[in-house]
Write a protein that binds this ligand. Structure first.
Ligand SMILES: [Zn+2]
Length: 284
């Protein structure tokens, strides 16, 4: 659980600096309670951590090379470019001889803020893909609620866990980072450091790997705003080198995030959404 709490806290701390005391009309709870997408053509509205999506589509719960997990959350909704990315990437991973992928959260049926787990994933252009695999036979969707999901980082946060990390993880990250439409990917600082010190050949893809809190059990793929979505707010760009220098080093100087004591009141995350999102939420 802590691995979910800490990244969310970190994201909220970061975002609240950018959007001081912004309050939206609707709470994350309201967005989480809507169980179906809004009608109309697919449109991304807003930013990855403050937005929504009209006409989202559901990722099929399984396909060649992947199976979606934790379906009870109803977060397998996104923009078609995201669903296409997942399908194509999973096919490619399978063709490379790797076991099928576990696909985690994309977004809620209408996007928007979530009541737990993420600050982003609001516009259907983010997806979490787990490092852990499911070798062998596919399991029924109901058996995929609590799969074993090992971290690639040691429990003492002292480095990559070499009992878990393998070459296939590097291959996986390279395939995702070089796929069309990928803006950036979030990975743990230790994973980025390992890739920085071992990747050979063309290293241009390394710049897509952006260090972030958590992201030691899964990596997060963020896609660019697709064409034809004028209300989608792109994210500012990042370093144009491989990101293995100061951009990475600074992560090793950050003070650890201290989670609030158990039972402390949780301040709900309420980003200011574009006004058009209220219509998406209210649509039948
Ligand atoms: Zn994510």
């Amino acid at each position: 659980m802590m691995r979910f709490v800490v990244p969310l806290l970190a994201a909220i701390l970061t975002i609240s600096l950018a959007i001081p005391s912004a309050i939206s009309a609707a709470s994350a709870q309201e967005w989480s309670q809507v169980s179906s997408p809004s009608p109309g053509p697919t449109q991304v509205i807003g930013f990855y951590s403050a937005g929504c999506i009209q006409g989202a589509q559901a990722l099929p719960t399984e396909g060649p090379g992947y199976e979606a997990i934790r379906l009870s959350r109803n977060r397998n909704w996104g923009h078609p470019v995201t669903l296409d990315f997942i399908k194509n990437f999973s096919e490619q991973v399978r063709a490379a001889g790797q076991s099928q992928l576990y696909i985690g959260d994309i977004g809620q049926p209408r996007g928007g803020p979530m009541s737990f787990g993420h600050a982003s994933h609001q516009v259907g252009l983010d997806v979490d893909i787990w490092f852990e695999r499911q070798p062998g036979a596919r399991r029924a969707p109901t058996d995929r609620e609590n799969p074993r999901l090992r971290s690639l980082v040691r429990g003492d946060d002292g480095g990559v866990d070499d009992a878990v990390f393998a070459d296939q993880h590097m291959v996986l990250l390279r395939m995702a980072a070089t796929a069309p439409g990928v803006d950036r990917m979030f990975v743990n600082k230790w994973i980025k450091q390992r890739i920085c010190s071992t990747a050979t050949g063309n290293r241009a893809w390394l710049r897509k790997l952006v260090p972030w809190y958590g992201h030691d059990e899964h990596f997060h793929v963020r896609l660019y705003c697709p064409p034809g979505n004028p209300q989608c707010q792109p994210q500012a760009t990042y370093a144009d080198d491989d990101g293995c220098g100061e951009a990475l080093d600074s992560w090793f100087r950050k003070a650890p995030i201290t989670p609030p004591p158990p039972g402390a009141p949780v301040r709900p995350y309420r980003p200011k959404l574009p006004p058009a999102c209220q219509q998406v939420l209210n649509a039948p």
